[in-house]
Design a protein around this ligand. Structure first.
Ligand SMILES: [Fe+2]
Length: 290
């Protein structure tokens, strides 16, 4: 490589992986190099700026541990996580959104229609709908994994006053694909603001808040699972999610209900909010998207 020049360095670096046993790996890393180099050329990257970038990544590594992943957060606030979610959403299926760091496998499996309210403070919400194939056929027995924050915007992992399984569960849809859960309005929360990502947000004049949301993972045999979030249309941060998780199709109306009769029908305290949301899953046989 003695003949390396500004003109050929990109091609040389990209070709240096050509002996890989994986065509996909070679394709991805060659393009990563090409786009990184194009970026450096476009902004005429200085040594000082390059060092600042490397220091940022070093700081991100230092603050990352088993409980906090600043790399994922970096991806989130740059919109990259959202792009990957959208690129991998099957046509006609419910759009994907952030998994976030607070999902726990093996949440309690509850009866469809169960209440998670227990001793939680907050306004009561009935959320219901159906799980359907993209062609509209109901999916019976779909597994729905659900979790959310308490009214204070914290997950149980962040709040010792909450039981570990607070406001999280799994349910299965009925034979007609329907589901129902009773819960409380979740609280919005800021992404961690005390590390390198916080500094990056401040440098850009950005806030750290995410609109309140319900997390869902919906899966069924023979279908591509959906990892997503749904949001309250009235949330003050619905137009400014720091993590770019909001999509139009995931924003839902929380309909205020003040009816003893309806509250009795759902076995909730009056008044309450009623939320309807259907999920659409893509059959696995046609789920591939190149
Ligand atoms: Fe969340």
């Amino acid at each position: 490589m003695r003949n390396l020049t500004e003109a050929n360095v990109t091609e040389m670096a990209a070709r240096s992986f050509a002996e890989s046993k994986s065509d996909r790996f070679e394709f991805v890393i060659a393009n990563l190099i090409k786009h990184l180099h194009a970026f450096a050329r476009e902004v005429k990257l200085t040594h000082e700026e390059w060092n600042t970038g490397l220091q940022f990544l070093t700081d991100v590594g230092h603050i990352t541990d088993g409980r906090r992943n600043e790399f994922v957060l970096t991806s989130d606030i740059l919109g990259l996580s959202a792009l990957v979610d959208l690129l991998n959403t099957a046509p006609g299926a419910t759009q994907g959104s952030a998994l976030g760091p607070f999902h726990e496998a093996d949440a309690p499996l509850l009866e469809n229609g169960a209440s998670l309210v227990r001793n939680n403070e907050g306004e009561h919400v009935v959320i219901r709908g159906r799980v359907l194939s993209v062609d509209g056929q109901p999916i019976a027995g779909a597994l729905m994994d659900f979790w959310q924050t308490a009214k204070n915007g914290l997950y149980p992992q962040q709040d010792s006053d909450q039981a570990p399984d607070n406001l999280r569960c799994r349910i299965r849809t009925d034979s007609d694909g329907s589901y129902c859960l009773k819960t409380i309005k979740p609280g919005g929360y800021p992404v961690p603001y005390d590390g390198p990502v916080g500094a990056l947000l401040r440098a850009g004049g950005r806030h750290a808040w995410r609109p309140a949301h319900f997390h869902w993972i919906v899966s069924a045999d023979g279908f591509q699972p959906v990892v997503t979030e749904v949001f309250n249309a009235e949330d003050p941060y619905i137009e400014g999610d720091a993590a770019f998780g909001v999509r139009e199709s995931l924003v839902i109306q929380f309909t205020h209900k003040d009816s003893q009769e309806e509250a009795a029908r759902f076995a909730v305290t009056n008044p309450f909010f009623l939320v309807n949301f259907d999920f659409h899953l893509q059959p696995l046989a046609s789920a591939h998207k190149s």
